[in-house]
Design a protein around this ligand. Structure first.
Ligand SMILES: *Cc1c(COP(=O)(O)O)cnc(C)c1O
Length: 435
């Protein structure tokens, strides 16, 4: 059977989100089947040995690779403009696998201070215990702030193109150029924007990570993560910094650089940290992820349109001190947002109520359509007070560094009817006005 190579970039984003990476075999089901199997049959003694020696690249065991996952991985790589993706059991696992592919005990990572709080906890806790030092850059759009901190053992620059909850925009080109000038790759977490709104690889990023639990799924049913390799970092030119890629993939065989070529990072992350630590994605969950990716562009267009309309409406309310939406003029990164986000911004943003924590409590307890939840990227609208939840562990000064106040309210705007969402939020303001 002949089918188009739909991973090819000459196909539009909407075509690729529905088709890229699909394969057909057996009874030729139209929908990618759930290959719910731990392992794979080998034909013979020699066939088995060839799989293990790498002379036959077929499937061996689902901790390392699985045909359902392979479809979703090819699809995500095609959407992110990368050469290969790897699914992991959660977004946290994707960040961990990506960075442990680069750094080990005694190494140093530079990270923007504007981080998802789970990532901050990972860097300060587990990574510290593993002997990896993560240093935070408090003015991440200043090239010198990164450059002046690079050391011989610095193995990665890390950041988020759009931060949660105040949407600080990372100047990807500047940070990528600074990283590359020092022989270091840039790794970014693109969960909030998704490849529909922003493709960091097209702005010089080397590795992209995701929590697929969020917009890529959209249905809020499953935890998952992924990393994508841009395929452009010149590892061979920096093998004193990254000697792990000179190791043989299998004893006596080619090195990662020789065997995987432009997919070196992808191959290493799959057969070393991901296979060793084992945070694999179940095929059943991948099936659900694929159902989500099918409609990514349609959902994100509606999500971000709803969110921008709500942001503009919030900015007119007297109880609101500030709206942290980067497509509003009042946001400090408005110019960067216009440059990097021509198709809209993330529906995860926040606003500050003048009345502080008490106002946030009254407001959040008044809504009925928005769900009080610590999750984002669902088709349903969600609401949360960061200071008493996700950002609870930070000191007052640390909260100020990421612009979170006691009265900050975070929204993850869904795809419901805009008027209904505004009416729900308006009930919160009516309650505040009633005192
Ligand atoms: C949710 C999230 C994560 C962590 O992902 P999990 O799937 O919950 O492990 C990482 N980064 C960002 C930006 C997130 O929103």
């Amino acid at each position: 059977m002949t089918t188009a190579n739909t991973a090819d970039a000459r196909f539009g984003f909407d075509t690729r989100q529905v088709h890229a990476g699909e394969t057909f075999s057996g009874a030729n089901p139209r929908i990618t089947p759930i290959h719910q199997t731990a392992g794979y049959l080998f034909d013979s003694f020699d066939h088995t040995a060839d799989r293990f020696s790498g002379d036959d690249l077929g499937f061996i065991y689902s901790r390392v690779s699985n045909p359902t996952n392979a479809v979703a991985e090819a699809r995500l790589a095609a959407l992110e403009s990368g050469v290969g993706s790897l699914l992991t059991g959660s977004g946290q696992a994707a960040i961990t696998v990506a960075l442990l592919s680069l750094a080990g005990a005694g190494d140093h990572i530079l990270s923007s201070v504007n981080l998802y709080e789970g990532t901050r906890a990972l860097f300060r806790g587990a990574f510290k215990r593993l002997g990896i030092e993560v240093e935070f850059v408090t003015d991440p759009n200043n090239a010198e702030a990164w450059a002046s901190r690079v050391r011989p053992n610095t193995k990665a620059f890390y950041g988020e193109p759009l931060s949660n909850p105040t949407n600080q925009v990372l100047d990807l080109t500047t940070v990528a150029e600074t990283a590359h000038a020092h022989g270091v790759p840039l790794v970014v977490d693109n969960t909030l924007a998704t490849p529909y709104l922003l493709r960091p690889i097209e702005h010089g990023t080397d590795v992209v990570v995701h929590s697929t639990s969020k917009f890529l799924s959209g249905h809020g049913t499953t935890i998952g993560g992924a990393l994508t390799d841009a395929g452009t970092f010149p590892w061979a030119d920096h093998s004193d910094r990254f000697p792990q890629f000179l190791e043989p993939v299998r004893p006596g065989k080619a090195s990662f650089l020789e065997h995987f070529a432009e997919k070196t990072f992808w191959g290493y992350s799959r057969v070393r940290p991901a296979a060793d630590f084992g945070p694999s994605y179940s095929a059943l969950h991948t099936f659900l992820l694929l159902q989500g990716i099918d409609t990514l562009s349609l959902r994100l267009a509606r999500h971000s349109e709803n969110a921008l309309a709500i942001a503009r409406w919030l900015a007119e309310q007297p109880e609101v001190e500030r709206v942290h939406h980067p497509l509003l003029d009042q946001h400090p990164h408005h110019d960067l947002a216009k440059r990097y986000l021509p198709d809209g911004s993330t529906p995860v943003f926040s606003f500050d109520l003048r009345g502080g924590k008490d106002a946030a409590r009254t407001f959040i307890d008044s809504v009925e359509l928005f769900s009080r939840m610590t999750h984002i990227g669902d088709v349903r609208s969600l609401i949360l007070n960061p200071a008493t939840t996700t950002h609870r562990r930070l000191t007052e000064q640390e909260r100020q560094e990421v612009f979170v106040q006691p009265g900050t309210v975070r929204l993850s705007v869904g795809i419901e009817t805009l008027d209904d969402l505004i009416a729900d939020l308006d009930a919160g303001f009516q309650r505040l006005r009633a005192g």
